[in-house]
Design a protein around this ligand. Structure first.
Ligand code: IVH
Length: 694
């Protein structure tokens, strides 16, 4: 928290005190966001952060005129837009010349040397080894231009046709890695790439497939789609991220109100400047001397890039010296001082042996292609989802066809296209079945949905998928409970709902064919161990429609207890930053369903325990051996005061006794106050409590 905690009085001519407090909270939260989202090095605790945010929101409401531009309370706000406004780029957003082979890079070097040496005396000639290149990853997302004025984010625009793009400021402001305020008072136009991490993409597509919604072909399309949402709340829930890689023009830095243009000697120095302003710049850029070093670096990254959690489709090679960049200049389309080296996407040819239907946890019937195994990006693959009937028809995929396989986002195998010229007489068209292959119920297709579904409530295949998810890494993380084990448990009637999984014992596993003592005890122990779980995991495990890991984490962070989530109204859910109408309604529907409540009860009866939210981090022991009781209405939520007490080593009690060290009293205190007076227990205010901690 800022140091000047609550040390002033708002009542008597306090506007300047309020303004000062708002400024200090705004700066504090901006710094926290930077430390947390960019540096992975938070210095404040979650409680301090939440308290600061709550106080800032309250003060801004009381003094709307004092709200600072770029306030962190404005990340997700406003109602959905009707359309995007057009924005003209002050300097056009160009593209890069592409190269696909080493030869192209050599030609690039030759051209640069020739151009730079025009008009130079031979004794002054620039030699190949004099040129330093800044080599960066080429991020495969959607390019973006951010304009900051006096240190505040003013607009974010898509590339569009390079001259005019769309105003997506409200959406970009939801990305926590985009600073709304910079560390310096300056004007700057910065370019970068917005992307969806691969892990987020995989989870999003799984959820969409289950919901019968069209899936995204790759993280780039998913990022572009998220960026073009008219409702910023939808964007906020899509887990986008950013890297900035270019200053479109020299920034103007203000000192004592006077602006001064700041020039850099090298592009790499300007990247360091961006990072110092608080922007997310990839740490994977290298300054290398000469083209040989560049080529070796590019070769090294061909495999290294595959382990990143985001897509890259190549490397960008830029002449680092900015004076040389200026003299090389631009063509109409691209700079002459830079070149993109594109890696060939890893693809393989194979034959589709069969197309099978897989039943998802919500009954979605997904066609899956089984093909002759091939190795892509180092892993052997033999199956790819064909997503839905429309996709099969659009690509005209048939059994026994020769096809090209690629990994979307280098993780999910996809059939890119059919090699029609190699189609033989045995090629067989696929038709979606009219019945669920698992239970024989009729398959239906809802209007506007791409998916066919089995709508039976007693379909065993659906339950198997649900149970698998319940036990999966994302949810309760029961190691060893894969597809086969769950299938066996269901087939032998050992589990009929989620709660049954938690009740399984060593003896139950032994009843199963081929389950020996060792495996049985391993599985039984795993359940015992993982019965203690976190709120995030439990909410994810419930598989509430439209609620994946990200939303579960937001819910846990906001409500902090399962009871509060289960009792919340749609309005309460809407108060969570990233939750819109659709998710709020789905949550409320889920928790008001009596059958769900019954299963949840059974789960708790089976021994599931949710660990207290881990945000209570030990911060000091200043309140050690002291017990506190809170009464009356405080200016901050009661549970955050309790967490604060615990974080400093104190303990909370619900009733006052002679052993109580302090009663913290707010407005309209109740009988606990009277009892404290009677027993002679010290009564303090919240402000006094804060002083004790300082
Ligand atoms: S510099 C004048 N650096 O690639 C162009 N671009 O084909 C300045 N891109 O539109 C771009 N990673 O969206 C640059 N490290 C990087 C990049 C990068 C991805 C994208 C960018 C641009 C496209 C060019």
């Amino acid at each position: 928290m800022p140091d000047d905690t609550m040390d002033f009085n708002f009542n008597g001519g306090a506007a300047s005190a309020a303004s000062e407090r708002i400024r200090s909270l705004t700066e504090f939260i901006t710094r926290c966001d930077h430390e947390y989202y960019l540096l992975n090095r938070p210095s404040a605790s979650d409680i301090e952060y939440d308290r600061a945010m709550a106080e800032l929101e309250k003060l801004e409401k009381e003094h709307p005129g004092l709200k600072m531009p770029g306030s962190p309370t404005g990340r997700v706000s406003g109602s959905p837009a009707k359309e995007f406004r057009q924005i003209t780029h002050e300097t056009p957003m160009l593209s890069l010349a592409n190269s696909y082979g080493i030869e192209d890079l050599r030609d690039f070097e030759t051209r640069i040397l020739k151009d730079l040496n025009i008009g130079r005396a031979p004794s002054d000639f620039i030699k190949p080894e004099d040129i330093q290149y800044c080599v960066e990853l080429k991020f495969d997302g959607a390019s973006i231009s951010l304009t900051y004025e006096r240190g505040v984010l003013k607009s974010a625009a898509t590339r569009g046709d390079g001259r005019t793009g769309e105003d997506v400021t409200a959406n970009v402001a939801t990305i926590k890695q985009v600073p709304l305020r910079l560390a310096l008072d300056c004007d700057a136009v910065v370019r970068g790439e917005i992307f969806m991490p691969r892990s987020v993409f995989a989870a999003l597509n799984t959820a969409r497939e289950d919901a019968g919604e069209a899936v995204f072909a790759n993280p780039r399309n998913a990022a572009a789609g998220a960026l073009r949402q008219l409702d910023a709340k939808v964007t906020a829930g899509r887990g986008l991220n950013i890297f900035l890689y270019n200053l479109a023009k020299s920034p103007v830095v203000y000192e004592k109100g006077k602006g001064r243009e700041t020039a850099f000697e090298t592009h790499s120095a300007s990247l360091e400047f961006l990072a110092a302003l608080g922007m997310r710049v990839s740490e994977n850029f290298s300054v290398l001397r000469g083209m040989d070093a560049v080529i070796a670096h590019i070769e090294k990254w061909e495999t290294m890039r595959r382990s990143l959690d985001y897509d890259t489709d190549g490397m960008v090679v830029k002449v680092d010296n900015l004076a040389w960049q200026a003299s090389l200049g631009f063509t109409a389309k691209s700079p002459r001082f830079a070149m993109a080296y594109k890696y060939a996407p890893e693809r393989a040819e194979t034959v589709i042996e069969s197309i099978q239907i897989q039943v998802g946890k919500t009954g979605t019937l997904t066609p899956v292609a089984n093909f002759t195994p091939v190795t892509l990006s180092g892993t052997r693959i033999a199956r790819a989802s064909l997503h839905n009937a429309d996709e099969i028809e659009a690509k005209d995929i048939r059994e026994n066809d020769h096809v090209i396989i690629e990994k979307a986002g280098e993780i999910i195998p996809q059939v890119v296209e059919v090699i029609v010229s190699r189609r033989g007489p045995d090629s067989k068209k696929f038709t979606m079945p009219s019945e669920c292959p698992a239970c024989g119920s009729p398959a239906v297709r809802n209007e506007g949905e791409a998916a066919w579904r089995c709508v039976s409530l007693s379909c065993p295949a659906q339950f198997i998928r649900k149970a698998e998810y319940f036990a999966s890494k994302r949810a309760l993380d029961f190691e060893g409970f894969g597809e086969k084990v769950i299938e066996t448990l269901v087939e032998h009637g050992l589990i009929g709902d989620m709660a049954d999984i938690l009740k399984l014992r060593y003896e139950d596993f032994l009843k199963l064919p081929r389950f020996k003592e060792k495996l049985a005890s391993k599985l039984a122990l795993e359940i015992e161990k993982k019965k203690n779980t976190t709120l995030n995991r439990f909410i994810t495990a419930l598989q509430i429609p439209f609620v994946g890991e990200t939303t579960a984490a937001s819910l846990a962070g906001h409500f902090k207890s399962f009871e509060k989530i289960a009792a919340a109204s749609p309005e309460d859910f809407l108060a969570v930053g990233e939750i819109g109408e659709k998710i709020a309604a789905s949550l409320a529907r889920f928790f008001s369903n009596a059958k769900n409540a019954g299963i949840i009860n059974k789960i708790f009866e089976a021994g599931l325990r949710i660990e207290a939210i881990s945000s209570v981090r030990a911060e000091s022991d200043r309140l050690a051996n002291r017990s506190f009781v809170i009464t009356g209405t405080l200016s901050v939520p009661r549970d955050s005061v309790e967490e604060l007490i615990e974080a400093h080593g104190g303990s909370n009690a619900s009733s006052v006794s002679k052993k109580t060290s302090f009663v913290v009293a707010g407005d309209s205190p109740g009988s606990k106050f009277d009892k404290a007076v009677k027993l002679g227990v010290s009564v303090i205010t919240y402000e006094q409590l804060l002083k004790m901690i300082e």
